[in-house]
Design a binder for this molecule. Structure first.
Ligand code: ASP
Length: 448
């Protein structure tokens, strides 16, 4: 039995939903279906979720919502009419948006409720469409399905009691269609996952119902060894381990939400990434263990938007509690950090730019100066991170040497190197303007 999840581009239009229908009809094992909200139909298009977020922001600013409300309704009307589904679905969508706008809930809760309407409506549309092609499909809300989450608007996490409840769904007849991206707290409040979170729902459902396979349908034939926007026609990855996928999606592989793997991983459910527009292609399998003879480096991931907080102080290595105090200051400012490579007398803390504001930066610098008395302190923007990823590194010799040679050949200075002892990846920090060149050179070294 399989859980299938369809991403935004797979449900962006009536034509795409028809493809979804035939993929489900093609394989009777596809019993649980999780859907995103309709995404982009073309490059410059806007995702329904983004329209809903805009709507909630206008509400917050007390501005007129008429135009955006009607844009959203138009998108849904187009899909519903072209699929020749009952107009009552459209009326229902309009009503749930209106009810949310009129409700007394807090701004944050309103925003989460509005955001969830994209997926919720899509699941209703897909299940009705599946009925028209002769399938016994039912819409099941995350509340009824038992997706219980923490009380963190826009950033919910699944709670363990969900899995037992989801298992009960196995008893249900027919095909179950569940909206992705949100769940309910124990008090019945709707909370969304972080952006891209329908993948998380798919993974939770797959773990809960103990699926034999979790198929994640997107719009690419497979996961590629490197960003195809940087290297044309890169190698396709046929098999990846969970750990490798986690590393790759953390650092810029947009195919899969980086938090989505954990539930499937813990329940040991294999995952297959497939293409809605080319379902015959075998896709990329994600499994717990793979053939030790396979390639040791599977992919090269890269991401920008990092800053380096650099602190140096002579004899830092002997000052007990230095690192803790430094990180405590970040914690007090609610800043999470990504990596913390250190030297004898210095420490760098790599932070995502999105975590920093001008005010937080001033506070952090002032407090470090006062409390840690460093010789140097700076925050440097414009960093890019490149990860060379592969579990095979554990037993291979010379990966760092090969990588360093690739940087040297491209005449790029490595500002930072970081490798945990798990040896699933080596991370290199460089200036962001050199990113493409570095990625190309690494790809050439490891794959060509
Ligand atoms: N619709 C949500 C988003 O755009 C969740 C998802 O598609 O996975 O972030």
């Amino acid at each position: 039995m399989k859980v299938v999840k369809f991403g935004g581009s797979s449900v962006a239009s009536d034509e795409q939903i028809k493809k979804v229908g035939s993929i489900i009809a093609d394989d009777s094992e596809r019993k649980f279906v999780v859907v995103s909200a309709p995404g982009k139909r073309f490059d410059d298009d806007v995702k329904i979720t983004d329209l809903l977020i805009e709507l909630s922001e206008l509400v917050l600013q007390n501005k007129s919502v008429e135009k955006i409300f009607s844009d959203i309704m138009e998108r849904f009307a187009d899909i519903i009419n072209k699929l020749e589904l009952s107009n009552s679905i459209l009326i229902g969508i309009k009503q749930s948006i209106q009810n949310t706008l009129d409700s007394e809930s807090s701004d944050q809760m309103k925003a989460d409720r509005l955001k969830s309407i994209g997926e919720d409506s899509c699941a209703k549309i897909v299940s009705e469409y599946l009925k028209t092609i002769g399938l016994n499909a039912h819409y099941v809300s995350p509340k009824e399905a038992g997706i219980i989450v923490s009380d963190e608007p826009g950033n919910a996490q699944v709670l363990p009691e969900s899995f037992g409840k989801l298992y009960e769904l196995r008893k249900r007849d027919g095909i179950i269609v569940i909206p992705g991206f949100f769940g309910f707290t124990n008090n019945g409040r709707l909370m969304t996952f972080p952006r891209g979170g329908s993948d998380i729902t798919g993974s939770i459902v797959a773990a809960g119902v103990q699926a034999d396979l979790y198929e994640n349908f997107t719009d690419v034939d497979s996961v590629y060894a490197v960003n195809p926007k940087i290297v044309s026609n890169p190698e396709k990855i046929t098999t990846l381990t969970y750990k490798e996928m986690r590393e790759l999606s953390y650092s810029g592989f947009g195919v899969f939400h980086d938090e989505a793997l954990m539930p499937a991983f813990q329940a040991e459910i294999p995952v297959c990434i497939k293409n809605t527009n080319n379902p015959a292609s075998p896709g990329t399998m994600i499994v717990s263990e793979k053939d030790p003879r396979s390639r040791c480096v599977v992919g090269i991931a890269s991401d920008t938007g990092f800053s380096n907080l650099y602190v140096s102080k002579y004899l830092m290595n002997r000052e007990i509690g230095f690192g803790r105090k430094l990180l405590q200051i970040l914690e007090d400012e609610s800043i999470s950090f990504e990596h913390a490579p250190s030297g004898i007398d210095n420490m760098s803390v790599i932070i995502r730019d999105s975590q920093l504001t001008a005010e937080k930066e001033i506070n952090v610098i002032n407090r470090i100066k006062q409390e840690l008395n460093p010789e140097t302190i700076s925050i440097d923007y414009g960093f890019a991170m490149i990860m060379v990823v592969g579990e095979g590194m554990m037993s291979a010799v010379g990966i760092a040497e090969k990588s360093a040679a690739a940087f040297a050949e491209a005449n790029i200075n490595i500002e930072m190197i970081n490798q945990g002892s798990s040896e699933v990846s080596v991370m290199f920090g460089i200036r962001k303007d050199k990113l493409e060149l570095a990625v190309k050179s690494l790809y050439h070294k490891f794959f060509e």
